[in-house]
Design a protein around this ligand. Sequence first.
Ligand code: ADP
Ligand code: MG
Length: 237
Amino acid sequence: MQLRLNSFTKTFDNLTVIDELNLTVESGEMMALLGPSGCGKSTTLFTICGIHRMNGGTLHFGDRDVSNLPSQKRNVGVVFQNYALYPHMNIRENIAFPLRVQKLDNATITRKVGEIAELVHIPELLDRRPAQLSGGQQQRVALARALVRQPDVLLLDEPLANLDAKLRLEMRSEIRRIQLETGITAILVTHDQVEAMSMCDRIALMKDGKIIQLSEPDQMYNDPVDTFVAGFLGNPP
Ligand code: ADP
Ligand code: MG
């Protein structure tokens, strides 16, 4: 489903963090929000999922104006940097949680959890607890929990930041595989240009609450609009 932010503005007290930002993510597309720490990536993501309210502007999922809907009614799946799994529940119940909130019957829940566990390649881990899993496995669980309700959009906030270098490489391609297999519209927030270039269809490069350039990875690398973009992508003039 297409996601559209129009003239999105966010202020904290008197500080304008996002200034009239426009962003369209096409249906089935994976968009990177890339930029240095503090440029407003997470604020944008938290606003899309409904944790923050907008001070101005609108947000649409397809034809639906979700600007004023609470988080639970937006149908978004979110993966945070720290995964935020429930430590006292086993993996099966972690993944089932959003479906229990929806009050689906047990047979449906069992079926959906089984299907999503296959998709993220963790069917053998369902009876364990989060503390018994590696970082990469925990991230797969977080992805499964985010996807199990078949959300309209998937939001990922620095999902690879807590992984070691080897796992990070593996999970880059796994997240992209899962996004392509489900065909879900996704936004990946990252400060890592290689991650953005290798995983996403397009990149929105942010600085000080604005999008400086939005293009496909190759084009951004080969034809940066200014020295900031060039420097950030590691291809300075
Ligand atoms: P990024 O994710 O790109 O590193 P953030 O979106 O987290 O950046 O933050 C953007 C700016 O907004 C920063 O200057 C940050 O200090 C500020 N900010 C973020 N959240 C809050 C908040 N809850 N209250 C006040 N300022 C905030
Ligand atoms: Mg952030």
